[in-house]
Structures are given as C-alpha cells and as structure tokens.
Design a protein around this ligand. Sequence first.
Ligand code: ZN
Length: 303
Amino acid sequence: MRLHEKEIFEIACGRFGVGAFNVFNAEQAKGVMLGARRSGRPVIVQITPVAREYLSPAFIKGLLDACENDFPDVRFSVHLDHGNRAHCIAAIEEDVYSSVMIDASHEPFDVNVAMTKEIVSLAHAKGIRVEAELGVLSGVEDHLSVGDDRARYTDPAMVAEFVSLTGCDSLAVAVGTSHGAYKFSGGRGLRTDILAEIRDQLPKNYPLVLHGASAVPENEIRRINLAGGTLKTEAKGIAPEQLAEAIKLGVAKINIATDLRLIWTRVVREFFRNNPEQFDPVTVGKIYISEIEDFVAQKCLSL
Ligand SMILES: [Zn+2]
C-alpha cells in the first residue's frame, strides 16, 4: 500500500525510526518489499537521480507500481533522494513521489534558503513534502563528493531560522555520519550532543533525517575481501546502539544505501567464486533478493 510520507511519519513518530532504503533495480525493490512485509514496519523507498538515469524515470515508475500491486500489505512511500533544482522539479511533476529532497547544503546559507524555499513552494502546491539539508556530509553518494576537510556539522544555532524561513518538512543534519563505506574516518563518532542541541531548537516530533546511516558490518567487508575484493578494512559504519540513540534524539528517517551495495558485492563475489561454471543472473539475483529481505527485515525491527 503506497502511502504519503506524512502518513508514514504519523505511524512511526515517537515509536520507531523509519528505514529509507535506496533502490536502483528490481532486485533491490523486491527485496526491500519482502523485508518490510516480514517486519510489519513501514518503509521509505528512495530514488536518487543516478537511479533515474541508470534505468529511466519510466522504468522506476513501473518498478514502484509493481511494488504497490504485488505488496498491498506493505506500507511504503516514495522519496526523491539528493535532488538538485531540476531533479526536484521533474519529480514534483511526475505523480510518483510524495516527498523530495532538495540538496543545496553545499551552498552558502542564504542560497540554500532561497533554493529550498522555491522547491517547498512548488512541492507544497502539489501536496508533496520537502526534505532539506543543513550542514555538509562528507563522503561520496552518487554524484556527491565532499572532501573531509570541507565537512561541517550542522550548526544548531541556524536550524530554527532555516526551517522557519524555508518551510521544509524534514531536515537532514550533519552530525558525524558520512556517505559510503568509510564513515567516521579521522576517529570522529556520531555527535549526539549536537543532535540534542538541534532537536531542542525545533518543534516536538519535527522529523530529522540521518544520511549515511549504514552499519558497514566488519564481517561483510571481510567476506568481500576473502572472495577477491580489496575494500579497506578500516571501512566503518554506524553501530546499532548509536543509531538507537540518534532515534531517541529525534531522528525519524534513517537513510541506508551502502549496506545494500555491500550485500550485492559479497553475494556476487562469493557466488561466482564458488560456482565458476555458472553464468545465470537469475540464480545469483534470487540469492541477492533473499539477502536483502533478511537485512531489511532485521534493520526495520532494530530502528
Ligand atoms: Zn545522503
């Protein structure tokens, strides 16, 4: 059952965090639906501009329609992740997304406000919610690449002004996580102190969003490397107990992309190492779907 993001937050608010999973293909979409169904929890399916370009907006729409049709018992909403102005405007026109993220956090405060405000006004006219970002996350997600040196935490003193000037419906904050497999490089951890200060500046239950919230399990990295991968062993994600604390401090939406990629890498590497005579994408695809199901079910229940 496809819901509006607003309804998803109403269900989850104050009870648990909502997993927002990035989906790039049919296997991931089906795995996320199966996992959500098993957990009984609602989920947000996130589509990046790269996913829209990789397949096409029409392909993506078809995937999401199939999710709705094949999984009437799964409550999900569809979100555009990391859109620029053009991506957001296109998505707002499509009748597929109930929320979009305008990512102007790399711009100066005033420009971020102006760009976000414009998208909020276009989106709200169509009943679509807007996630904005204040503070820059380091790491790489699709087209984004922000060096660690430029990474900045969200300044709690600017949060209330930003939300009231822009009218954004949820806010992605930079509190120490980064995109990709190499989080917390330089020994920084999740800054729950900053998160608490941010929350105190906003109305009760205002939804905060944590990007780069994959766990990057050590065992996953080890298995990938045993099967021929060369991922750096210092790859590190966010620990479950840190995530739980962040949710207590007002994080309502937890963005997860890297973990789904690591599962793919591990499944495919191990499969072809163990079955070098095989060449069937369906056989390995079935394993991937089932592994995504397990991961998503477990993750949703832990949030
Ligand atoms: Zn992100």
